[in-house]
Design a protein around this ligand. Structure first.
Ligand code: AHM
Ligand code: MG
Length: 335
């Protein structure tokens, strides 16, 4: 095999400062959770894991068997280290407390979406796990303690269960990607220092929402579709996997723009994607890889959250294209 640096070796060399021991242990627990989730997804239909449940999550979405199973795996794997004071998940309404017998004055908060893109599980398309680590202001955190802007994240990452299982994360010093060797169970560094190309000719958006979008986004997409014959004078390509993790991983590898913008259907809920365990961790990775992440009018990482399950519009990826979309929004405000 051409790759020799395991994620453990990488963390030992790469992490520095007062959080080193804590981040090493917390990432180790997260990695173990992601390996278990990869196995649960792989064995899917054979284990009868591919169906839906009668229950809905806090977002009013029907839960899949795997949503609940992966949520439980993530909690179970991460509650024992003593470093984590409490957790928050897309699948759980309130703060997830550490059981009394496992509590050890943890100093960190772990936020996660255990199975992003779960509408794709029963059609065998890539899904992912997204996570974010914050400092905890108290040893017994309440909901308000989680409401920190994305710039406060100590670490953010995702696992992608795709053609191979990958782990990508940042601790604020660039973005690194690791691939799981299923024979040894080790993640190896395969994608050091990931960078998003500044320019791109590829966009990702759910086009069926076109008529509900605001004018700046419609204008941007119109110009992409006009291609060589329009103002952009180049043809664009489109992809929509409907798994943000898969979409953003593609953008880290070959550039592009990903959007789930505000639209008239989403107006009352504020957007489609959740700020604290979807948009913030992915935005941190995007910025660390040289890209940009915005709502159209505000840098995502600077939003001060008002609720754990808050939703936001998301436009992120290649710097030049995101800057262009921001400029279209500014023109709209000036009108
Ligand atoms: P989920 O966390 O319930 O899976 O929802 C988030 C997903 C994103 O991964 C993806 O970009 C989006 O929802 C797809 O939405 P749509 O089905 O409207 O295209
Ligand atoms: Mg999700």
């Amino acid at each position: 095999m051409a790759y020799h640096t395991t994620v453990k070796d990488f963390l030992a060399d790469h992490l520095q400062g007062p959080h080193k021991a804590a981040l090493t242990r917390m990432l180790d627990d997260i990695i173990n959770a992601c390996k278990k989730i990869a196995i649960a997804i792989d064995s899917g239909a054979l284990e009868g894991n591919m169906g839906s449940l009668a229950s809905e999550n806090i977002q009013g979405e029907v839960q899949k068997v795997l949503d609940v199973m992966t949520n439980n795996i993530f909690i179970e794997s991460n509650q024992r280290s003593g470093y984590i004071a409490a957790m928050a998940s897309e699948e759980v309404d309130n703060v997830i407390e550490i059981p009394e017998k496992l509590k050890k004055n943890g100093k960190y908060l772990l936020l996660f979406d255990p199975l992003d893109g779960s509408s794709n599980v029963n059609v065998n398309i890539s899904v992912g796990t997204i996570f974010s680590i914050l400092m905890s202001p108290s040893a017994n955190p309440i909901l308000a303690d989680f409401l920190q802007p994305g710039v406060s994240q100590l670490c953010a990452g995702y696992a992608l269960y795709g053609t191979s299982t990958m782990l990508v994360f940042t601790t604020g010093n660039g973005v690194s990607g690791f691939t799981l060797d299923i024979e040894s169970g080790e993640f190896y560094l395969t994608h050091p220092n990931m960078q998003i190309a500044t320019d791109t000719q590829e966009f990702a958006v759910n086009m069926s929402n076109y008529r509900f979008w605001q004018e700046p986004v419609q204008r941007y997409i119109d110009e992409c579709l006009q291609g060589e014959e329009g103002d952009r004078k180049k043809d664009f390509n489109m992809r929509w996997v409907a798994s943000m993790v898969a979409e953003m991983h593609r953008i880290l590898i070959r550039g592009g723009v990903f959007m789930y913008p505000i639209d008239s259907k989403l107006q009352t809920q504020g957007g489609k994607l959740r700020l604290m365990y979807e948009a913030n961790p992915i935005s941190y990775i995007v910025e660390q890889a040289g890209g940009l992440a915005t709502t159209g009018t505000q840098r995502i990482l600077e939003i001060v959250p008002t609720h754990i399950h808050q939703r936001v519009p998301v436009i992120m990826g290649s710097k030049s294209e995101v800057e262009r979309i921001i400029s279209y929004h500014q023109r709209k405000i000036r009108h």
